[in-house]
Design a protein around this ligand. Structure first.
Ligand code: 4NP
Length: 169
């Protein structure tokens, strides 16, 4: 969930990361991407949030394993709480970035046609080497969470470059 105390200006680009439950991959993406924005000096130009396609974990903090893995990279997920994608999100956000093809299909099915162009796989921004999907780490071991963070970092680096160009245009 978005922290209002860090609300960037009204002309900020708005990014929403989406997975199934909003307790593993998309809050991790939110945390990683916020760290990358800070390092790039763009925190006040870009607004970031995350959400789940399903309501299983609405109001829940991130999974302990995701929080621990993020913490090892200096990223604090403790303030985040799960929420479900809402119809308003399709109008509000500029980029709606799915972790896997199921999330992508669910988002496209939910979105009004005029906003479908905003919906992409996040790993489209990762360049070569990751494959197209961030695998669901929920039922696996802690290695899965490290691998997820590696992929999220790679895609975040690519997205920061795209946004930098867009903001400079
Ligand atoms: P996420 O992982 O979509 O990355 O947050 C999952 C979290 C919960 C469940 C599945 C995936 N679940 O089935 O409860």
């Amino acid at each position: 969930m978005f922290d209002q105390s860090q609300h960037p200006g009204n002309n900020a680009l708005k990014i929403l990361f989406v997975c199934l439950g909003n307790i593993c991959r998309s809050p991790s993406a939110e945390g990683v991407f916020r760290q990358k924005l800070e390092q790039a000096g763009l925190s006040d130009r870009v607004e970031v949030d995350s959400a789940g396609t399903h309501a299983y974990h609405v109001g829940s903090p991130p999974d302990d394993r995701a929080a621990a893995a993020a913490s090892r990279r200096g990223i604090d997920l403790s303030g985040l709480r799960g929420r479900q994608v809402s119809p308003d999100d399709f109008e509000y956000y500029d980029y709606i970035l799915a972790m896997d093809r199921d999330n992508l299909a669910d988002l496209l099915a939910m979105s009004p046609a005029e906003h479908q162009h905003k919906i992409r796989l996040f790993l489209d921004f990762a360049g070569a080497g990751t494959g197209p999907e961030v695998p669901d780490p929920y039922y696996g071991g802690s290695d899965g969470f490290e691998r997820v963070l590696d992929m999220l970092e790679q895609a975040s680096d690519g997205l920061v470059l795209v946004l930098k160009n867009q903001l400079a245009a």
